[in-house]
Design a protein around this ligand. Structure first.
Ligand code: NAP
Ligand code: ZN
Ligand code: ZN
Length: 352
């Protein structure tokens, strides 16, 4: 088999808009599957990466790591999938598979560095990986997920990042019936955190800056909304939460949330990457044995577990379906917190 050239959408520089470009997909190895991308979710990380917000982006970049599609070819050693099956790919397409983390199904914490679905160091080509804003993707079967048949494929795509990124801390901190969970920020990750925490049996509160999102939050399953800019409401929320999942993408003051944790409670950062400002105060942590933690996506087995749970509980993302050509406008709307609650690209729009 030969390498194939496929259509994709990507950015040539940090300043440029995304536009159509060709990319190469590798010839299948024995353990690879080729997937025709049907739907790809738009994560805020795509925007950060396309604009080099974190540094380290290698251009051109083709984002997209919330992929659902149909298998079009399989390598000679594939047993779990056949041509025609629906399949999904999330944020990871490779890892060393031998280190302690990989041996514990924690590929996202691979001690030798995992390969991200885009802008990752591609072990096959020596270049960088290209993501799901493309017609096709070729992925080792270990990193390919099975999609529950009862779920809408477009609305399933965001589970691959927004879903598992919030599922992983909910499971790690053993959220279950009667747990008190709060979510900071109602966007892609935030709305999945509410749905998943609720389905696990927790009481769920949303912290938001946006008064116009209260109705939606309650409809998504939140029991309560606290406006983080209202001091009286923040004061009234004191000592309540076992776990706070903070999804805010930009630097923000996390000190006001610490008093709302219970003794032994944890605030886990999944959004912002970078130094905390203003400085984090230790006394409120020390005086309640509280923790501030971080969490990155989820491993492959955990992603499948989350997908199966969503299948059993009929959980999908709230989506706005867009065409590939609308991606730049979608990024601008994401910057204004104007997403309800995940853009998903209908990849049929890239054809023709
Ligand atoms: P999103 O859909 O844009 O949602 C972010 C939400 O945060 C907004 O809807 C808004 O909610 C709130 N917000 C935005 N700017 C804010 C600001 N300056 N101050 C306070 N709140 C603000 O983004 P997303 O796709 O959910 O992603 C969230 C973050 O998680 C991104 O930084 C992304 O890169 C990161 N991420 C991390 C992982 C991981 O593995 N840890 C995985 C995926 C994504 P309100 O209007 O309710 O305030
Ligand atoms: Zn993501
Ligand atoms: Zn590893």
């Amino acid at each position: 088999m030969e390498n194939t050239t496929v259509k994709a959408y990507g950015a040539q520089t940090a300043q440029s808009s995304l536009a159509q470009m060709p990319i190469i997909r590798r010839a299948l190895t024995a353990s690879d599957v080729e997937i025709e991308v049907l739907f790809c979710g738009v994560c805020h990380s795509d925007l950060h990466a396309a604009r080099n917000d974190w540094g380290g982006t290698v251009y051109p970049i083709v984002p997209g790591h919330e992929i659902v599609g149909r298998i079009t070819k399989i390598g000679s050693a594939i047993t779990r999938f056949k041509v025609g099956d629906m399949a999904a790919v999330g944020c990871l397409v490779d890892s060393c598979r031998t280190c302690d983390s990989c041996n514990q199904d924690l590929e996202q914490y691979c001690l030798n560095g995992f390969t991200g679905t885009y802008n990752g160091k591609d072990k096959h080509s020596g270049g960088r990986t290209s993501g799901g804003y493309s017609e096709k993707i070729v992925v080792d079967e270990h990193f390919v997920l099975q999609v529950p048949k009862n779920l809408d494929p477009a609305a399933t795509a965001p589970l691959l990042c927004a879903g598992v990124t919030t599922w992983s801390p909910l499971k790690h901190w053993k959220v279950g019936k009667g747990s008190n969970v709060a979510v900071v920020g109602l966007g892609g990750l935030g709305h999945m955190a509410i749905k998943l925490a609720k389905a696990l049996g927790a009481n769920v509160t949303l912290f938001s800056r946006s008064a116009n999102k209260e109705k939606d939050a309650l409809a998504l399953g939140a029991d309560k909304v606290v406006f983080s800019t209202d001091l009286a409401q923040m004061q009234a929320a004191k000592g309540q939460f076992d776990l706070i999942i903070d999804t805010v993408p930009y630097v923000h003051d996390i000190n006001p949330y610490i008093p709302t944790l219970r003794v032994n409670g944890t605030l886990v950062l999944v959004g912002y990457l970078g130094g905390l400002e203003p400085m984090l105060q230790s006394i409120p942590l020390i005086s309640g044995r509280k923790s501030v933690a971080g969490s990155l996506i989820g491993g492959i087995a955990e992603t499948q577990e989350m997908l199966n749970f969503c299948g059993e509980h009929n959980i999908v993302s709230e989506i706005e379906l867009i065409n590939m050509q609308d991606i730049n406008e979608a990024y601008e709307r994401m910057l204004k917190s104007d997403v309800r609650y995940r853009f998903v690209i209908d990849m049929a729009s890239l054809k023709g």
